[in-house]
Write a protein that binds this ligand. Sequence first.
Ligand code: PLP
Length: 355
Amino acid sequence: MSDLAARLLRQQLSDLVPYESARRLGGDGEIWLNANENPYAHDYQLDDSRFGRYPEFQPPELIDRYAAYAGVNNKQLLATRGADEGIELLIRTFCEPQQDKVIICPPTYGMYAISARTNLVDVVNVPLDGDYQVDVDGVLANMDSVKLVFVCSPNNPTGHDMQPAKLRQLLEALKDQALVVVDEAYIEFSEQPSVLNWLGEFPNLVVLRTLSKAFALAGIRCGFTLANEAVIQQLAKVIAPYPVPEPVAQVAIQALSDDNLTAVANEVAGLNALRAEFAATMTGLTEVFPSSGNYVLFRVPDALACMQAMAQAGIILRNQSKQLTLQNCIRVTIGTEQEMARTTSALQAYFKEAV
Ligand SMILES: *Cc1c(COP(=O)(O)O)cnc(C)c1O
C-alpha cells in the first residue's frame, strides 16, 4: 500500500527534485542570510471583519497602488501569490505540455526550470556569457518551439544587471514570436532603471516583481506580473479565482503607502551601503561578484567547509556550488549592520584558516 502514491505519481515527475528553498534546507543558527530577505520588520494592522467573505479577485486598492508605484496603468498588472506564482502562471498559460519550451539563462533563479518541469514543459539552457550577460545570439539560435524566455535582472544569484541594450535586442528580435520575461525581483536594489517603461514598445515584454525582497514581506506571498493588457487578460483566465487572500491584500496595501515607500527606500539605501562595505572587505580575500541585489556572491576554496564553519558561528548562508560555473560559490544576503559585522569576521576567520 505504501507505494500507492509513488505508483500514481505522474510518470514524468518520478525523478523530479523539488526546489531547495532556503526554508526547506533549514539549518541551525540565529543569523539567516540565505533567502535574500530584508531584515527590517514593519508594523501592520489587520481588519478581521472581512475575513468571512471571499476576497476580491484583484483588490482594487492594491492594484491601483502598485500600478502607481510601478508607473503602469491598472490593466497592465496582475497580483499573484508571490512572483513564483507569476512564473508558473506564464508557463501554464502559454506553454503546451510536452510540446512547447522555455529558455532559461543559467546560472540563474531555480524556479523557472522547476515550474516548467512540473508542467511537462522542456527547458532549453542558454548559459550567460563570460560577463554573466544574456547571450542574445545563443537565445535566438535556440528558439525552436520556445514560447517564453526567462531573464533575471539583477540576476540571482550572480548579482549582475542585464545590459539594457541586450534586453532590447532580445525583445525586438522576438517581438512577433515569444514573450521575454524579465524578472525584476531585486530591481529596488539596482541603480539600473526598470524595463517597465518599454511596455509601450514591446507587446512581448513581461516583468515580474515581488514584495518579498525590498519590501520585507516574503511571509505574505505577494508578487506582481506586469505586461500589456492583452497578456494580462490571458493570464487572468488561468489564475485561481481568489489569488490574493484578504490579510495579504490588507498588508500589501499598507506596504505601498507613501510613508512605507519612503521607509523601504531608506532601508534599501542602508542595505546597499552595507553591501558595498561587505563586498570591499571580501574583495581583499577572494573573488567577489559585483552585485545590484541585496546579496553578494563570492568564491571560496571549499564551499562545504566554509558553510560548515559559518554554521558553527551561527550563520546560515547559501551554497551555490550546484549552479553552472559557480563551483565553490556562496551567496550571502545583506542583513543588519550587526549581522554583517559578525558574518564578515567569521568569514575573515575562515579565510585565515583555509588559505
Ligand atoms: C525570490 C525570487 C522570486 C520569488 O519571489 P516571491 O515573490 O517570494 O515568490 C522570483 N525571482 C527571483 C529572481 C527571486 O530571487
